[in-house]
Design a protein. Structure first.
Length: 674
């Protein structure tokens, strides 16, 4: 108890005693035999009230035993049942659950995992994915800066996500209990298929097929591709001890428009145990033409090649890099004008009447006097001095759904120094900054006048953005999606499309299926109050069911789980406007959890080695339990806990005060004391 508190308590005694003495002795009109008792009641009631106000606290030291958590994760995915070891998994779980010594030493916690991690309730081995890498991510949130043992009862076969081997913290020992037969069983399989999502009518499209086997013995097989009942390609393949994997390439013909399903089949050995992974389907969408885009420039610049590659990452786009005097505008559905100068004058004159949607990119070689004459959305007052402009993402941008891919960290775009003043109705995606100071100018913006749309990027050097995006994301996908959104915006006629739907053509069974939509009002602004629904029809049994979209930021979403394999037709509609969009997709019967014949022992051993753990098997799990019990570094620790608690429980003190005051009042009234 602090000195201040003691002083206050001492003063409280003086105050309470003084007031009681003043009431019943100094000012007393009569010397009643009750005065001493009443003074006693008054003193303690006043003293109690003052204690309530002071609320004195005392420090109490306690010693608590702190147990380390023992976290046990059981693989609940389909691969466990496919390998026929679901009973082994349950038996391992029982061994841990029935051991009382473990409960005494550890805070034992049980979890199941597949695509998600959950507190263990029951095991059904129906998970469609195995995401071991989620375990360390969850633990970092729950048990930061703590050392604890982890037991993972699994086959180690991860189907999606990042490699889990190096994700676990080194100070937390991991003890894998390996499920499945580690004796290598001969298995040949199709490991991957690379094919473009789209092909063009009457064109050939490439298909790359990766095949492998896990044995060093020589093995002959046949790899074939079929479409319906017809085999469209076939090739003999030969495996040997020096060639366990191969890449086989085919060129197939796109003969008709629409979704086309192909089946790849690798002939298995007669005694091969797992033949499921010897077949794999793929689907392509055959379309009759690409969106033709002209990238017009009179100068050479790295931006041109990057823009072409980025835009053409969507197979439905074709970009032609042309000089201003070599172009027939009528061939193209969109234009990219790169740093226009006087040689662009003829193109800009023609486009006054053609009104082809345009992406304008400016830079150090741009003629801004020319732009002032032909673009009405902005007024340019630029000097001859160069400046670097960074981007600041506008989270309120609503022309179309897009994400911040890290624009703020990208290198500045180079442009002439000056002012760019907005004249028309312009939506800004990226605001301009100079040396981290926001200026009143846009960096990336969009405008719409009737059915005509324009996009603007005020600066050169966008090739650096794509490179930096790759360095961070290990993929060009985010940047390419950003450019594709711009091209899509320029390709849409707003007078005809107020409802946009984004759906893939192909999905795999067992995985979540998500369809996105956007609805725009008459001003083509995102309408957050739209009522969107989707009707999904199975093309085989003709059964239909309707679902409602939910609003998520600047887009609408709907999710489907556990759709059966087959073709589906969908119709998305908006209730008030009756606007409707239709389409189709296919759910392919491909279960990645059934592709394995052995546990991934090598990676589980590497995980154990990295974390100072050890690999165990279901038949020696008691050895693991004994190790955990005997390991002194995992013993509970005694922890000193200092808590501040009130000196007196306020509820009982309040009851005592009320009782004393009541007795004082009763005695005074009963004896006629004033």
């Amino acid at each position: 108890m602090s000195t201040t508190t003691l002083l206050l308590l001492f003063l409280s005694v003086l105050v309470a005693g003084g007031l009681a003495y003043l009431q019943y002795f100094f000012k007393a009109k009569s010397n009643s035999k009750w005065n001493l008792l009443l003074a006693f009641f008054r003193f303690f009631s006043l003293f109690g009230i003052l204690i309530l106000l002071i609320n004195p606290l005392v420090k109490i030291k306690k010693y608590e035993i702190e147990k380390l958590p023992l976290l046990i994760f059981i693989d609940n995915s389909k691969s466990i049942q496919h390998l026929g070891v679901n009973n082994e998994a349950k038996n391992v779980l029982k061994e841990f659950q029935k051991n009382a010594d473990l409960e005494n030493k550890f805070n034992v916690q049980f979890f199941s995992f597949d695509a998600e991690i959950k507190k263990l309730d029951s095991l059904n081995f129906k998970g469609n994915q195995t995401l071991l890498n989620k375990i360390p991510k969850e633990l970092k949130q729950l048990y930061r800066n703590k050392n604890y043992p982890i037991v993972a009862v699994t086959d180690g076969n991860q189907t999606f996500g990042e490699d889990y081997v190096f994700d676990f913290q080194e100070n937390n020992p991991v003890f894998p209990v390996v499920l499945g037969d580690t004796v290598k069983v001969f298995d040949s399989k199709i490991s991957a298929i690379n094919v473009n999502q789209y092909a063009f009518l009457k064109n050939q499209f490439p298909v790359e097929i990766f095949i492998e086997n896990n044995s060093k013995e020589s093995f002959s097989s046949v790899l074939s591709i079929s479409n319906g009942n017809s085999i469209v390609a076939k090739q003999n393949v030969q495996f040997s001890k020096n060639q366990l994997s191969q890449k086989i390439s085919f060129l197939l013909e796109a003969t008709s428009i629409g979704l086309k399903k192909f089946n790849v089949f690798l002939q298995p050995k007669e005694n091969e145990k797992n033949k499921i992974n010897n077949a794999k389907p793929f689907v392509i969408d055959v379309i009759d033409q690409r969106t033709e885009i002209a990238l017009v420039s009179s100068i050479n610049h790295p931006d041109l090649g990057v823009l072409k590659r980025s835009i053409e990452s969507n197979e439905q786009r074709k970009v032609s890099i042309v000089k201003p005097n070599e172009i027939d505008l009528k061939k193209y559905s969109a234009l990219v004008l790169y740093q226009p100068n006087q040689s662009f004058k003829n193109i800009l004159e023609q486009n006054k009447s053609l009104k082809i949607n345009t992406l304008l990119i400016t830079g150090k070689s741009t003629d801004y006097n020319l732009l002032n004459n032909y673009f009405n959305d902005f007024s340019f007052k630029m000097s001859n001095q160069n400046e670097g402009y960074s981007g600041l993402f506008n989270s309120n941008f609503s022309n179309f759904s897009t994400e911040n891919i890290g624009f703020e960290r990208f290198a500045p775009l180079e442009n002439k120094f000056g002012s760019i003043t907005t004249k028309g109705d312009v939506s800004v995606l990226l605001k301009a900054k100079v040396k981290n100071v926001e200026i009143n100018s846009p960096l990336v913006s969009f405008s719409e006048n009737g059915s005509n749309r324009n996009a603007y990027i005020f600066g050169e050097g966008i090739w650096k953005w794509r490179l930096e995006s790759y360095l961070v994301d290990k993929s060009f996908n985010n940047f390419d999606t950003f450019t594709d959104k711009i091209v899509q915006y320029l390709s849409v006629n707003p007078s005809k499309k107020t409802l946009l739907v984004e759906a893939k053509k192909i999905y795999n069974t067992g995985l979540p299926i998500e369809i996105k939509a956007q609805y725009f009002d008459k001003n083509f602004e995102f309408d957050p109050n739209a009522e969107l629904s989707i009707t999904l029809t199975n093309q085989v049994n003709k059964k239909s069911k309707s679902y409602n979209f939910y609003n998520s930021s600047n887009e609408y979403l709907v999710n489907f789980d556990n759709l059966e394999a087959g073709f589906y037709a969908y119709s998305v509609s908006e209730k008030k406007s009756k606007e409707r969009v239709t389409g189709t997709f296919e759910v392919i019967a491909f279960d990645i959890e059934n592709q394995f014949v052995n546990p991934d022992l090598n990676r589980l051993e590497q995980l154990a080695q990295n974390t100072s753990g050890k690999v165990y098997y279901p038949n020696n799990v008691n050895q693991l339990i004994n190790r955990l019990l005997k390991d002194e570094t995992l013993n509970p620790t005694q922890k000193e806990v200092v808590r501040k608690t009130p000196l007196i429980d306020w509820k009982w003190l309040l009851l005592l005060i009320v009782t004393l005051l009541s007795l004082e009042w009763f005695i005074r009234k009963y004896n006629g004391l004033t």
